[in-house]
Structure formats: structure tokens, C-alpha cells
Write a protein that binds this ligand. Structure first.
Ligand code: HEC
Ligand code: HEC
Ligand code: HEC
Ligand code: HEC
Ligand code: HEC
Length: 178
């Protein structure tokens, strides 16, 4: 066998292996990002939003003025729930236990961008977009579910559609990658 072929074979095997590993990682990665998160308490959006009429901003109050929307604190839940008998609801008993131990609830994020992406709620909410246009109909959900691919193409296609006159700025790499 000529020297060249002998060298090339193992290299090809390595490259093939590398491709398999990368593809597997991509599949596993996107699976885990799509799976519905197991939350510490089975919080139910539809009970609070649809049935009780609590506004999104009551619990995610930073969305209008800040970068992140924020999640409600235990104190905010207790503002109502200290008056509500948990009865035999497992989720309400869980909540009562957190309150007794005064232990912050560690919610698992479902809509999360990588660190190298800059996103802020404020310009979007101020431009009149409602929460549902990006997060789906959360008010009908139990726990919040991840929505499709919130990827770069998604950001750019909406910028092009809704703000064509500012698209030069809104498609500039530095606008979303600082
Ligand atoms: C233009 C699309 C868009 C709109 C409109 C929008 N969001 Fe978001 N939201 C996102 C993206 C993207 C993320 C992930 C941000 C990150 O990881 O930096 C996110 C994250 C969140 C989070 C979790 C992380 C955090 O920011 O605390 C909550 C809660 C949230 N949004 C609630 C809301 C609510 C409530 C509204 C309406 C008042 C709203 N969003 C409107 C795109 C949007
Ligand atoms: C504005 C008042 C209010 C706030 C704030 C509030 N809740 Fe509730 N919640 C209620 C009421 C009322 C019910 C219905 C109770 C019932 O059915 O007995 C309820 C029901 C629930 C239930 C049972 C839902 C089911 O599946 O039957 C859970 C769990 C719950 N809340 C968790 C929370 C958590 C966690 C927070 C904070 C993130 C919170 N709530 C904030 C008023 C509130
Ligand atoms: C009573 C409080 C309450 C109200 C009202 C409420 N939420 Fe939530 N929201 C929560 C809690 C608690 C979580 C964390 C558990 C979960 O992900 O389901 C959450 C999670 C979310 C997430 C996922 C955040 C993440 O970490 O990625 C989004 C998006 C969201 N809410 C949007 C909304 C929208 C839109 C509305 C109005 C239609 C709304 N919420 C109303 C309490 C609330
Ligand atoms: C549903 C439509 C929509 C989606 C999806 C969307 N945007 Fe936007 N974005 C807008 C609009 C509208 C504005 C405000 C334009 C204006 O100033 O009037 C804006 C403004 C911004 C700004 C402020 C720029 C500035 O300097 O004023 C940033 C940063 C931004 N978007 C990042 C993102 C990122 C990152 C994503 C994806 C994770 C995203 N956007 C997804 C519609 C969207
Ligand atoms: C409107 C917002 C926005 C703009 C403008 C933008 N990006 Fe992104 N970019 C994102 C988001 C969100 C992600 C993460 C999600 C994803 O991978 O698609 C991302 C991811 C990336 C990645 C990682 C891709 C991967 O698969 O991991 C690269 C590289 C990148 N962007 C380069 C650029 C370059 C170069 C530009 C300018 C030509 C640019 N981006 C402009 C929002 C934006």
C-alpha cells in the first residue's frame, strides 16, 4: 500500500467518527432543549391566567422595563396562597412546604438564549408586541412549554417583517452579539 493511502484511511475514519459524534450531540442537545421541563412545583398558567385573570406582567413584572422578564418570587405566590387552603392538592402542599421552609423555588428555564446572544424584552414590549407573539399561548398552558426554534433566523425574519426601515441596525451582528 502506498504511504499516502495508509495515512489517509485512519484520517477518514477519524473524520467519520467526529461527524457521528457531532451529529449525536446536536440531536441530544436539541432533544433536551425541546423536552418539557420538570418543574419543582406543578405551577399551572391556565388556572391563574385564564380562570383567575392574573395579568402576565403581575408575575413577570420586569418585561416592560428590563432585559429579562423575571419570575415571581415565593413572596408573590404567598401574597395569595397564604390565604388559600392547600386541601389535598399535591402542588399546593409542595408550595406550602417551600413557604414553611422559606426556601426560594428554583424554576427551570424553558426559553433561554445562549450567553453570546443579547436579547432584551423592553424594546419588544414597547414596540407593542404581546407575549404570545413569541411565547405562544402561555395562558392556556399548565407549565410553560418551549416554543419551536427561537433561533437567529427567527429573530431576523421578524425584524425584517416588522421593522424594515430599521433592518440595517436590527440585522447588524453587534445588535445581538455584544
Ligand atoms: C420578541 C419576542 C418576545 C416577546 C414579545 C416576549 N418575550 Fe419573553 N423571552 C423571549 C426570549 C428570546 C427569551 C429568552 C431570553 C434570554 O435567554 O436571554 C425570553 C424569556 C422570557 C422569560 C424567562 C427569562 C426571563 O426573561 O426572565 C420569561 C418569564 C418571559 N420571557 C416572559 C415574557 C412575557 C410575560 C412577555 C410579555 C410581557 C414576553 N416574555 C414577551 C422573547 C420574547
Ligand atoms: C392573584 C393571586 C394568586 C397568585 C399571585 C398566585 N396564585 Fe396560585 N392560585 C390562586 C388561586 C385562587 C388558585 C385556585 C385555588 C383552588 O382551586 O383552591 C390557585 C391555584 C394554584 C395551584 C393549584 C393549581 C391546580 O392545578 O389546581 C398551584 C400549584 C398554584 N396556585 C401555585 C402558585 C404559585 C407557585 C404561585 C407563584 C408563582 C402562585 N400560585 C401565585 C391564586 C394565586
Ligand atoms: C401567577 C403568576 C404567573 C402569571 C400570571 C404568569 N406566569 Fe408565566 N410563569 C410563572 C411561573 C411560576 C413560571 C415558572 C414555571 C414554568 O415555567 O411554568 C413561569 C414561566 C413562564 C415562562 C417560561 C420562562 C422561562 O424560564 O423560560 C414564560 C415564557 C411565561 N411564564 C410567560 C407568561 C405569559 C405570557 C403570561 C401571561 C399570558 C404569564 N406567563 C403569566 C408565573 C406566572
Ligand atoms: C415577533 C417579532 C420579533 C422577534 C421574534 C424578535 N424581535 Fe427583536 N425587535 C422587534 C421589533 C419590532 C423591535 C423594535 C424595532 C423598533 O425600534 O421599533 C426589535 C428590537 C430589537 C432590539 C433593539 C435594537 C435597538 O437598538 O433598538 C434587539 C437587541 C433585538 N430586537 C434583538 C432580538 C433578538 C436577539 C431576537 C431573537 C432571540 C429578537 N429580537 C426577536 C421584533 C422582533
Ligand atoms: C436579531 C438578532 C441577531 C443578529 C442581528 C445576529 N444574530 Fe447571530 N445569533 C442570534 C441568536 C438568537 C443566536 C442563537 C441561536 C442560534 O444558534 O440560532 C445566534 C447564533 C449565532 C452563531 C452561532 C451559531 C450556532 O449554530 O451556534 C453565530 C456564529 C452567529 N450568530 C453569528 C452572527 C453574525 C456573524 C451576525 C451578523 C452578520 C449575526 N450573528 C447577527 C441572533 C442574531
Amino acid at each position: 500500500m502506498p504511504l499516502k493511502t495508509r495515512l489517509r484511511l485512519p484520517a477518514l475514519v477519524l473524520i467519520a467518527l467526529f461527524v457521528v459524534v457531532v451529529a449525536a450531540a446536536a440531536v441530544l442537545g436539541s432533544k433536551s432543549a425541546q423536552a418539557q421541563a420538570e418543574q419543582p412545583i406543578a405551577f399551572n398558567h391556565s388556572v391563574h391566567v385564564e380562570e383567575l385573570g392574573v395579568p402576565c406582567l403581575y408575575c413577570h413584572s420586569n418585561a416592560q422595563r428590563g432585559q429579562s422578564a423575571g419570575l415571581p418570587t415565593l413572596e408573590k405566590c404567598q401574597g395569595c396562597h397564604s390565604q388559600i387552603d392547600p386541601g389535598d392538592s399535591q402542588a399546593l402542599q409542595d408550595l406550602a412546604r417551600y413557604a414553611e421552609e422559606n426556601k426560594p423555588i428554583q424554576w427551570v428555564p424553558v426559553a433561554l438564549q445562549p450567553d453570546f446572544v443579547y436579547f432584551s424584552h423592553r424594546p419588544h414590549v414597547n414596540a407593542g408586541l404581546n407575549c404570545e407573539s413569541c411565547h405562544g399561548d402561555v395562558g392556556q398552558m399548565t407549565v410553560a412549554e418551549p416554543q419551536g426554534d427561537m433561533n437567529m433566523g427567527w429573530c431576523l425574519s421578524c425584524h425584517k417583517k416588522l421593522a424594515p426601515e430599521r433592518f440595517v441596525k436590527l440585522s447588524d451582528c453587534a445588535t445581538c452579539h455584544k
